[in-house]
Design a protein around this ligand. Structure first.
Ligand SMILES: N[C@@H](CCC(=O)N[C@@H](CS)C(=O)NCC(=O)O)C(=O)O
Length: 318
């Protein structure tokens, strides 16, 4: 993992002068010797344990990124599998230090539940999966359907809105655990299953006959997913936020776990110089003219950073 920039991220956050009271999570994490992240129990691509209990996925990588920022060691990340319903109490109570779990950034979670979100790492949207044998081509043909859905989600609320708006009847079959919802759908207890589209494709992999199932074309909601922390701990919030940006920037600069040490020991200091040696630059800068065009764009302020500078803080999506 991108140790150099992740260490720089935490350095900046700590030197930023956070008060002792607001440093609670970092101190707790340091005293116990690992960071605890709340993740989904098994959504391939986000967080999924293999037969040996080894986790993988983007949410797992985020947690390892935070562990690297704090300890310089990605193995100091521990994962707690949380159902949709359990994830918020787990963060509120301190059972986990951060939710790096496919969780939609909403106004109520950001305000009344007492959490802070600042970055989106996956733009999702809710959809439906159906058995091909049902011969349904559109969600608008689902009137009267039994719909498997997981409780404690935005999914449940969007489902009600969508069917009401379109004057359709439905029977919700509600589960607390994703595994139970998936097997109920697979065994034919529901006609369709609804969740974020990413989740539908992940769940399809777990079905007995994945190819017998089709994801319908409608995307009925906007689900910006991102990490969440408890309100009231600015220092920890900054660390989690800048782990995100460090990883985005590393990707833009072509810094990977394989070349980070080489990049770190280099005498060149500017992002421009780093980029010119990165694989991104080598791929894109063949002829000199093309490189020059590329470099001019690198010298301009990044639109996102420029917008954030003007706003003072990134605005959450509505
Ligand atoms: N993005 C929605 C839904 C997220 C969600 O929890 N999806 C389910 C279905 S894919 C899930 O991840 N379940 C995994 C689990 O409970 O372990 C939300 O934040 O409410």
């Amino acid at each position: 993992m991108k140790k150099a920039i992740l260490s720089a991220a935490i350095g900046a956050a700590v030197l930023g002068g956070a008060s002792v009271a607001s440093a609670a999570t970092l101190q707790d994490v340091k005293s116990k010797g690992f960071v605890t992240c709340g993740v989904s129990a098994g959504i391939p691509g986000f967080s999924n344990p293999d037969d040996k209990g080894e986790w993988s996925g983007i949410d797992v990588d985020y947690c390892r990124g935070i562990a690297t920022a704090v300890f310089g060691d990605p193995s100091k990340a521990k994962f707690v599998a949380l159902s949709s319903k359990d994830r918020f109490p787990a963060l509120q109570s301190g059972e986990v230090d951060v939710l790096t779990r496919n969780t939609t950034w909403t106004i109520s979670r950001d305000t009344s539940l007492g959490f802070n979100f600042r970055t989106v790492n996956y733009y999702d949207g809710q959809g439906f999966i159906a058995k091909k044998g049902l011969n349904v081509k559109s969600a608008l043909e689902l009137s009267g359907a039994a719909v498997c859905v997981q409780t404690g989600t935005t999914t449940e609320l969007n489902l009600a809105d969508y069917f009401k708006t379109n004057n359709l009847q439905y029977n919700p079959v509600v589960f607390e655990k994703e595994a139970d919802a998936t097997s109920a759908y697979d065994s034919g207890r529901c006609d369709v299953y609804t969740t974020d589209q990413s989740g539908l494709y992940a769940i399809r992999l777990k079905l007995k006959n994945p190819d017998d199932n089709i994801v319908l074309p409608e995307v009925i909601s906007k689900e910006p997913l991102g990490p969440a922390v408890r309100q009231g701990d600015d220092q920890w919030f900054d660390i989690v936020t800048w782990v995100h940006y460090a990883m985005v920037n590393a990707e833009e600069l072509g810094i990977t776990s394989k070349n980070v040490d080489e990049q770190k020991s280099s005498t060149a200091t500017s992002a421009l110089a780093r980029r010119s040696r990165s694989s991104v630059a080598r791929t894109h800068c063949g002829p000199r003219a093309a490189c020059n065009t590329h470099r001019r764009s690198v010298n301009r302020p990044h639109p996102r950073l420029e917008a954030e500078r003007r706003l003072g803080k990134a605005r959450p999506p509505i």
